[in-house]
Design a binder for this molecule. Structure first.
Ligand SMILES: Cc1ncc(COP(=O)(O)O)c(C=O)c1O
Length: 494
């Protein structure tokens, strides 16, 4: 019996209608990459062109023309009536070793490792999309750039000796101190500056953690749905990524135990799950800590946007409950300042400080110095707290505007409810809309109408079990929210 194509390989397909490459060419490349990386196994049966077009929200002709090209090049077999199969022998297997492919993309494939191919197939190259409603993006136009310019140049006026030598593995000490002080006060963390390691964003932070704590092939639980960047970092570090579903209290630990009882690491976002917004309950937090203790495993707490809470008391971090030194805290300035800064940090338990400082010599040695003194001063002199207060007010107003516009325009199409925190909302498809299309199709229609509203299905690693659209409001000026909601409503109603 031919096997059906692995669902997770098909789920990772995504077409960018705004991209420069034609859709059929994008699909052709992604399918070919999946076959070459082994995610679509030889002999596996692909869905029909009609079914695939429906899932991807594209025209059937797009799929047919991608299939045609793959048939012509020998990647697919067995056309008429009985279905479409991945060839048992891919053209690469028949090529003489010394063949020199003409196209540069073929040359790239030739030199890539198996892992390199897997990584290269994970994400499309970052492209431009309409800013309304791109999730996870802060409004960077309101950042105090004049002040920032001054802070950047200040340390280079005096004695620059200490700045120009190799630095500490954990980063610039005053910045580590400023981060530790902030986290103790704002997040209830129990830490001092030695435990803080400055990194190039949360993504590199997780990469370092995974290399330090996991051997290749060891399992790491991730939240499903969840943030692709962190899954990518785990994959890059050789971990076996195990998606674990959520319930109303957060990560379903019983489900995790059932799927991968041997996991060595769990990556969670307990303050505000990304993207669902669930807050992990106290019993679940304690259960997770118990699991880590009993399994001799680690927990990575991704606290990516906890600063944006609009109602209720701020929630203490999971790390503050940890008595066993099992939690590694991950923070980032991508949401609270701007993502181009590429500064994040780790706060590790005491007994990891020394091994991490040594291991980092073998990785990137230490973070680049240029922005660190400026950021240290920005925090220590109170500008960070002031900026946060301002952005919190602004984002709350933008969320209110989005919910208000949705009430007016999206009834019967999307169900949009307010959230006490965050930078985006997850809108469920109303039953009448869900009867007509899935979230991929809805997202494709939105993009055609100039609105970014990514499908929740895209945040799943395995077969999607939830549908919806993500609507990021933080980066959208209030005056642009209602017009974009109207465009979205027209696109979905058509
Ligand atoms: C859930 C989540 N964690 C972490 C990050 C931050 O990643 P980085 O610091 O690498 O930009 C993001 C950014 O998009 C995110 O959405």
């Amino acid at each position: 019996m031919p096997r059906r194509a692995d669902r997770s390989a098909l789920v990772s397909l995504s077409l960018d209608a705004a991209g420069a490459t034609p859709l059929h060419r994008q699909l052709y490349r992604q399918l070919r990459e999946a076959m070459l990386a082994g995610r679509l196994a030889p002999g596996a049966r692909l869905p029909s062109s009609r079914a695939l077009a429906r899932e991807l929200g594209c025209a059937r002709n797009t799929v047919l023309s991608a299939f045609d090209q793959l048939f012509a090049e020998g990647y697919l077999d067995g056309r008429s009536g009985s279905g479409t199969y991945v060839s048992r022998v891919l053209p690469e297997g028949l090529l003489p070793k010394e063949a020199s492919p003409a196209e540069s993309e073929d040359a790239g494939r030739r030199v890539l490792s198996h892992r390199g191919r897997t990584l290269a197939a994970l994400f499309p190259v970052r492209g431009e999309r309409p800013s309304a409603f791109e999730p996870g993006v802060p409004d960077t136009t309101l950042f105090p750039f004049e002040l920032w310019r001054r802070l950047l140049t200040r340390p280079w006026r005096g004695d620059t000796g200490a700045l120009t030598r190799h630095g500490d593995a954990g980063g610039y000490r005053p910045l580590r101190q400023a981060i530790a002080d902030y986290l103790r006060g704002a997040r209830g963390l129990d830490c001092d500056w030695r435990q803080v390691f400055v990194t190039s964003g949360a993504q590199q932070a997780l990469d370092i953690v995974a290399r330090l704590l996991l051997d290749p092939g060891e399992a790491a639980w991730v939240e499903e749905p969840g943030y692709g960047g962190l899954r990518g970092a785990l994959t890059a570090a050789g971990a076996r990524v195990v998606p674990v579903p959520l319930d109303d209290e957060g990560l379903d630990i019983a489900a995790g135990r059932k799927t991968a009882s041997d996991a060595r690491l769990a990556v969670v976002s307990p303050s505000h799950q990304y993207p669902m917004g669930t807050v992990m309950s106290l019993p679940r937090r304690l259960q997770l800590l118990d699991w880590a203790r009993a399994a001799d495993a680690w927990i990575v707490e991704d606290d990516y946007d906890s600063e944006y809470r609009y109602a209720g008391p701020p929630l203490a971090a999971l790390q503050s409950l940890d008595r066993g030194g099992r939690v590694i805290y991950l923070g980032t300035f991508s949401k609270v300042l701007f993502p181009g800064l590429r500064i994040g940090y780790l706060v590790v338990p005491d007994d990891l400080v020394e091994p991490l400082a040594r291991a980092r010599r073998a990785l990137d040695d230490h973070p680049g110095i240029v922005a660190q003194p400026a950021l240290a001063a920005f925090i220590a002199e109170g500008h960070f707290a002031a900026h946060l207060r301002r952005m919190r007010r602004l984002y709350k107003a933008r969320q209110d505007a989005l919910v208000g516009a949705a009430e007016q325009e999206l009834a019967g199409l999307l169900e949009v409810a307010p959230d006490a925190a965050g930078m985006h909302l997850v809108a469920a498809l109303a039953p009448a809309l869900a009867a007509r299309m899935n979230d991929w199709q809805a997202a494709a229609r939105a993009l055609d109408a100039g609105v970014t509203a990514p499908a929740l299905a895209d945040y799943h690693f395995a077969t999607p079990y939830r549908q919806g659209l993500l609507l990021g409001y933080a980066g959208v000026p209030e005056s642009e929210i209602a017009p974009a909601v109207r465009r979205l409503a027209r696109a979905l109603a058509a």
